[in-house]
Design a protein around this ligand. Structure first.
Ligand code: MCN
Length: 793
């Protein structure tokens, strides 16, 4: 028996099955895999942010010891291999499609950011490849570069792509401009705020890696790669880049050590490895070192925004007006265009009943690494903007920050926002109340006064966040410009011995799917968790899949499994009815046992599984042998996790050091499958959000375009002693649009926490705005300025 009562089913804090292999060093990551006759690749990268390539001389490198081949962009182009693509087309407000520059796998005549791929050396060892790359002579004509968001659209700024005048890829808008203007015209007060959302560099524990192989006998290519979505990689590499036909390409993403979005995308390196494997007739392996990861993984965030909120005399929100410039980097990465548009503008209503919204977003090219989805992807940027301006409105109106939020919350559902999203269920006040209790809001003034006696500045900050995840209804995303559908697929294979393999198109790279997905199956079929195996990450094993991002694997991936389980149960009941000579309607299936209502007849799960395959005496017209069912699940709406995070900080004005004294997160994820895993997801997300708020910053030098935060010496990741012990709580409104009532939890912490931290820091300092990351230097300057202001008054 394996229902909730047995401690393994839905709702139970089961320990992660997969962790045994991870913590005992038995994981199988791409770099652990070695193929016979394997060679190694090293990529020569551009040292310039912008340069014309006058010539490349590879002759000395080709003659160097151990070198098997050297490839440049010309070889790739001569083979008819296309460039990398962006899978989402955004249309500008004038009706024109976004302006897309070429994105070659290896540069042809121009390099556009430091780290751009110039040549690939394939050699017997990595050391040979690296040494030979030093011998490649590239004659560059260095050109001026533009990395600044505030100036890249000047007519004077160096151009990244001839196709995109003023470096502008798209000028997008959402919402109703006239209604928003009318709302502002009748407002009693307008609150204005300028905000930067700092650039973040993803730092998954395992750097990206790839092994390309080609079997001359069958013509089949195999790519092992650190991907969050191997089927999407196969589709892009076959249909768009043209490396191999889809049925001749197998993509395997084995154990993957974290992705946080950065491994959704199809990058140049894995494409080059699989293409070149056929050219050299040997497998080619590439593993990024950390410096390459800094330079070439797609970065996140990087927005410059101006926001205005219109309020009436009672502090009710009437309208929101936003203008954002979003950095896309030098090339459009796989989903980059969707992030600052449909994953951002659509969330600008926050948890609030905001009658009118108008948002304009310019997506711009700069001579920097591509920018794409990073944990939260667009939704942290939206939450940061709305929760910062709401907090500012509270301060300017003198209304308590909890009260101004409560007054403006959406209270009835479904709720249609002015920016596409239709919120299906929620209880925002319940999360706020629970968070206020957990942090002891009433006790805050006393804690502030006590801190002041010690010379410390104490502040409190709120974030009532909402996000849209469970990406996504295919029809909806298709109408908004997506080139793909965002369903998920599953196959449930019951073996004759009664154990079960579940093949899922979701990909687990830290989220614990092997446990939570198995919990669902164990609960439904009444079998022990140990008898369920979750199979993912291999296009030859798993039929189809759209992968893992946008916190979709629970709401969409598990819903596909639930649908397949419905079919399994229906067929199993049919078989049980036949075996026990009863009507199907009389069969009851509970805790792994089939019974005939009103009789003592019963059949155990294992007996039924075996009978399904012996198939003796099945009426052939009625029952096929076997017990294996598949399903595709296409959601009918996004899911809308929401909650309230409150942060309390203490600042030492003499040093600028900020300590997070308390951090409370109350989240509504609907039905929770495994509370321990969910808490882990929230912890990780909050840590990343605090990292963005206080520590992390990807910085390019404005003159040279060099990445100045290209290592852990300059890029500060959060460590355990930067973080407090988090207090977590949960409220629950079930998601009505999926069969499990689940909402995603994987990104919530990263989405909610930055504004809570910055609202607390600005509260402590008594200032309107401080840029993220609020480093000790910035805080110290602000504290000194505040002290001087106070002295002058
Ligand atoms: N879950 C649950 N109950 C819920 C919701 C989810 O028990 N109500 C469980 C799920 O079954 C799953 C886990 O929690 O085991 C996360 O589920 P979900 O929110 O659906 O998110 P995904 O599995 O789709 O993971 C993607 C999400 C994203 S978008 C990023 S980015 C991210 C994240 O997850 N990257 C991660 N968490 C990460 N965690 C790790 N360790 N590494 C990453 O790269």
């Amino acid at each position: 028996m394996s229902d909730a009562a047995s401690g393994e089913g839905i709702g139970q804090p089961v320990r992660r099955k997969e962790d045994y292999r991870f913590i005992t060093g038995n994981g199988h990551y791409t770099d652990d895999i070695n193929r016979p006759r394997q060679t190694f690749a090293y990529f020569l990268r551009s040292p310039h942010a912008h340069a014309r390539i006058k010539s490349i001389d590879t002759s000395a490198a080709e003659a160097a010891p151990g070198v098997v081949a050297v490839f440049t962009g010309k070889h790739v182009a001569n083979d008819g291999i296309g460039g990398l693509i962006c899978g989402w087309t955004v249309t500008s407000k004038d009706g024109t499609p976004m302006k897309v520059g070429p994105h070659p796998i290896l540069a042809l005549d121009t390099v556009r950011y430091v780290g751009d791929h110039v040549a690939m050396v394939v050699a017997e060892t990595l050391a040979d490849a690296r040494a030979a790359a030093e011998l490649i002579e590239v004659d560059y004509e260095a050109l001026p570069a533009t990395v600044s968001l505030s100036s890249c659209q000047d007519g004077q700024a160096p151009q990244v792509h001839a196709e995109a005048p003023r470096n502008t890829c798209f000028e997008w808008e959402l919402g109703n401009k006239a209604e928003t203007e009318a709302a502002f015209a009748k407002a009693d007060r307008v609150v204005k705020l300028d905000l930067k959302n700092n650039r973040i560099i993803p730092n998954a524990m395992e750097p990206r890696a790839a092994i390309g192989e080609f079997d001359k006998g069958t013509g089949i290519y195999t790519l092992h790669t650190t991907s969050q979505n191997p089927h999407v990689a196969r589709l892009v590499l076959s249909a768009f880049v043209g490396v191999a036909p889809e049925h001749k390409l197998r993509v395997i993403a084995p154990d993957v050590g974290g992705g946080f979005g950065s491994k959704i995308f199809i990058y140049a390196e894995e494409t080059a490895c699989v293409w070149a494997a056929a050219k050299v007739g040997r497998p080619i392996k590439w593993t990024a070192d950390r410096s390459e990861a800094f330079l070439s993984d797609a970065h996140g965030r990087d927005h410059l925004s101006h926001a205005e909120l219109a309020l009436d005399k009672d502090g009710r929100f009437l309208g929101l007006r936003v203008k954002t410039i979003a950095n896309l980097g030098a090339y459009l990465s796989t989903f980059s265009a969707a992030v600052p548009t449909y994953l951002y503008g659509t969330l600008l209503s926050g948890q609030y009943d905001l009658p009118a919204i108008h948002v304009e977003v310019d997506g711009v090219y700069t001579h920097t690494a591509p920018v794409d989805a990073y944990r939260g992807a667009g939704r942290p940027e939206a939450t940061y903007l709305i929760e910062r301006i709401v907090e500012t409105a509270a301060r300017e109106t003198g209304i308590d920050p909890a009260e101004i939020r409560r007054r403006n919350y959406v209270k009835t559902f479904p709720h249609q926002t002015p920016v596409i999203m239709n919120y299906d269920a929620g209880d925002y006040a319940a999360s706020l109340d629970a968070a206020l209790d957990a942090i002891d809001y009433k006790g805050f003034p006393a804690r502030k006064a006590e801190a002041a006696r010690r010379g410390m500045l104490r502040g409190i900050g709120f974030s009532s966040y909402i996000e849209a995840c469970g990406l996504a209804p295919s029809a909806a995303v298709g109408s908004l410009g997506a080139g793909v559908g965002l369903w998920e697929s599953a196959e449930v294979r019951v073996n004759p011995t009664g154990n079960i393999e579940v093949l899922t198109g979701s990909h687990s790279h830290g989220q614990g799917h092997e446990t939570t997905f198995a919990q669902l199956v164990a609960s439904r079929l009444g079998v022990p968790l140990a008898n369920v195996e979750i199979v993912h990450g291999d296009t030859d094993k798993v039929q189809f899949g759209m992968g893992t991002y946008g916190s979709r694997s629970g709401a969409v991936g598990m819903s596909a499994i639930a649908k397949a389980l419905d079919k399994i149960e229906a067929k199993a009941k049919k078989i049980a009815a036949h075996l026990m000579e009863a009507a199907v309607e009389d069969i009851v299936f509970e805790n792994g046992v089939f019974t005939v209502q009103g009789t003592d007849k019963s059949l155990a799960w294992a007996e039924l599984s075996l009978a399904a395959y012996t198939a003796h005496g099945f009426p052939s017209a009625d029952i096929e042998p076997g017990l294996k069912e598949g399903a595709f699940y296409d959601p009918t709406n996004f899911t809308f996790p929401a909650g309230c995070h409150i942060c309390e900080v203490e600042i030492d004005p003499d040093t600028g050091i900020v300590k997070i004294a308390k951090f409370v997160a109350v989240d509504d994820f609907g039905t929770v499958i495994n509370p321990m895993i969910v808490e882990g997801q929230v912890h990780g997300g909050i840590a990343q959000g605090i990292g963005q708020a206080l520590l992390e910053h990807g910085v390019y030098d404005t003159d040279s375009g060099q990445l100045v935060t290209g290592s852990y010496m300059d890029y500060c990741m959060p460590r355990a002693d930067d973080l407090p012990s988090f207090t977590l709580g949960f409220t629950k409104t079930e998601c009505p649009s999926n069969p499990l009532g689940m909402k995603g939890c994987g990104e919530a912490g990263a989405i909610a926490s930055p504004p809570a931290v910055i609202n607390a820091v600005t509260d402590a300092l008594g200032i309107r705005e401080i840029e993220m990351p609020a480093t000790p230097a910035r805080i110290w300057e602000a504290a000194q300025a505040a002290t001087s202001r106070a002295a002058a008054e």
